[in-house]
Design a protein. Sequence first.
Length: 475
Amino acid sequence: MAVGSEVLTDNTRKKEGKILNPFLVLFSVIVFCAVLSYFVTPGAYDRTDLNGRMVVVANSYHSVERTPVSFLDVFLSIPNGLQGAAGMMFLVLIIGGVVEVYNRTGSIDKAMLKISSISEKVGSQTVLICIMLLFAFLGGILGWSEQVIPFVPIIISLCLALGYDALVGMAVSGFMCLMCFAVAPFNIYTVGLSHQIAQLPMFSGSALRLTALGTYTVLSMAYILYYARKVKANPELSLVKDIDDSSLRRDFSAITDRHLNKVQVLSLIIFGMSFFVAVYGLLQKGWGLHHMSAIFLFGGLLVGVLNRMDNHAITDAMIAGARAAFPGALIIGVARAIQWVLTTGGMVDPIINWLSGMLQTVSPFFTTVGIYIINMFVNAFIPSGSGQAMTVMPVLVPLADMLHITRQTIILAYQFGDGISNSLWFTNGTLLIYLGLARVPLRKWYKFIIPFHVVSFLVACGFLYFACEVGYGPF
C-alpha cells in the first residue's frame, strides 16, 4: 500500500465525514479574506531592497487606493499559491514516491517489526522517546516542517502497532517537529531572516534559544508521554477511539521471513545516509529544497536497483507514492494562496499597522507579550514564517528601538508567536496534513492541544520576561 493511500468503505466514509475537509477550510479563509478587502481601510508601507529582499521602511505608512480582490482573483489565488509553494510541493511528492520504493522492498515493514520486538525489551515509551528526539532534531536544529510529511504515516502505523492511537503517532512525529521548529535557534527562514532585517549578527543569542528549545522539547515529550501512557493502559481514554484507523494499520501477517536481509539493511543505511547528506548540505553548503529532493530521489532509485526492482516497478512505486502524497502537497499550495489574496487585496500592511499601533502605550514586557500574541494572530493569515518575518520585522524593529526594547527580544517574541501557534491555526496547511494523515478531527485536536498551549504560553512569557530583564542582545 502506498504511504497515505486508503480504500474507504461506507462505514469509513461516515467516520471520515466528521473530519473537517482541509481544502474547504482553506478556501473558506480565502473567500473571507477576499470579502475583507472591500472593508479594510487601504494603506501601505514603502519598501526597499535589503540584500536582495524587499523589506518595509519604518514610519512610511500612507494611504493608497483600494485594490479589492475580485471574484476571478479568488480562483487565481489557487494557481498562484501553487506556484509560490512549488519547491516544497515537489519535495513532498518526491519523498512520497521514494518512501513507497522503500515500502515495496519490505525494508520498512521489517524495520517496524524489529522496533516492535525491541520495544518488548526496552519498553514502548523508550521507543516513543527516541522517535520524538529524532523529530525534535529535524524541527529544532534543521528547521524542517513540511519536509517530514511523508514519514508521518510510517510513525503513525508504528505507534498503532505498539498499542497506542493514531493521535500519539501524529504527536510524536509531526507535532513534535512543529513545536521544535517554533523555537529553532538556527532556523534560516525565521531567525536568520529576522537577524538580517534587524542587522544583528546571524544566529546571535543562540544560548537562550537553545535553552528554549530544550525546555519545549522536554515539555512536549512529557505531555505526549502522559497521554500515550493513559491511552495504552485504557484505550477507552483515547480522544480518537471512535475514528476508524484500519486504513492506517499495516498488515504484517503476510511477512513470513521477519529478518532483514543484507540488501534491506543496506537500503535502510542508504535511507539514513540520505538524511545525513541532506543535513550536511543544508548546514555546510547552503542547499535548498531542490537539493534535498535530488538527494532523496537518488537514494530511492539506488535502493530500487539494489533490490532488483526493474524500471517499471520503480516508476510505478514512485508514481503511487507521489499520488498518495499529492493531497498533502496540494494543501501546502492552497495555504499559500491565502497570503497571495492578502497581498493582492492590500490587507497585510493595514493589519500590521493597526496591531503595532496598539503596543506603544504599555510597558516593555507587556509590549513584548503583545507582540508575541499579535504574531500568533498574524500567523493565521501569513502561515509562511519567512513571509511573516519580511512583513512584520521591518515594522517591529523600529518600534523596539522607540520603546527601548532590544531587537533580539522583539525577534524572540516574533519567533514564539509565529512558531508556537503553528499547531493551533487551521489555516496552517502542514498541521491540516498531519491531522488528515492521522484521521484526527480538528475539534479532537483542540481538545488534546489547548491544555498544552496554556502551559506553553506561560513558559514563553517567562522567557520573554527574562529577555526584557537582562537586555537580551547584543542589542
